[in-house]
Ligand binder design. Structure first.
Ligand code: CDP
Ligand code: MG
Length: 147
């Protein structure tokens, strides 16, 4: 089982697509282990997007990511890192495959609805940016039987 960090970005959140996006991951069988609503500030953006500092789009990316609330979550599942990236689709919705979250909800190569970790190393790093150990559920799910 693998864990990955997903962000529902401010564009998708503001347009009320959070529920649709969460439903997609749940219907693919992923377990939600952690979830919170937060507003990114420039410092948090610089940590999360450290590898993008200095790129021509960095300033606009930070402006976008700090423009409103987002949802951060940890998803768990088999091969979660690659599978969630695939469900999200390519960075730019023009290139994203039919049926992907970005094809449906992204409005540009910047306002592209979701983020997901791209490797085990980035998943471990990114999960720790957004969540403490105590905020990540580590037990098994229990389904109540009918009385
Ligand atoms: O998110 P993903 O890993 O697919 O793409 P990335 O190349 O790691 O870029 C990170 C994020 O920066 C993208 O998801 C876009 O929101 C943003 N970006 C942008 O605003 N302009 C670009 N030319 C490339 C990326
Ligand atoms: Mg990336």
């Amino acid at each position: 089982m693998e864990k990955t960090l997903v962000l529902i970005k401010p564009d998708a959140f503001a347009r009320h697509h959070a529920g649709d996006i969460i439903k997609r991951y749940e219907s693919e069988g992923f377990r939600i282990l952690a979830m919170k609503l937060l507003k990114m500030d420039e410092r948090l953006a610089s940590i999360h997007y450290a590898e993008h500092i200095g790129r021509p789009y960095y300033k606009d990316l930070v402006g976008f990511m700090t423009s409103g609330p987002l949802i951060a979550m940890v998803l768990e599942g088999e091969d979660a890192i690659a599978r969630v990236r695939k469900i999200n689709g390519k960075t730019n919705p023009k290139d994203a495959e039919e049926g992907t979250i970005r094809k449906e909800f992204a409005t540009s190569g910047r306002r592209n609805a979701v983020h997901a970790s791209d490797s085990p190393e980035s998943a471990a790093r990114e999960i720790a940016i957004f969540f403490n150990q105590t905020e990540i559920y580590d037990g098994t799910y229990h389904v109540e039987a009918d009385d």
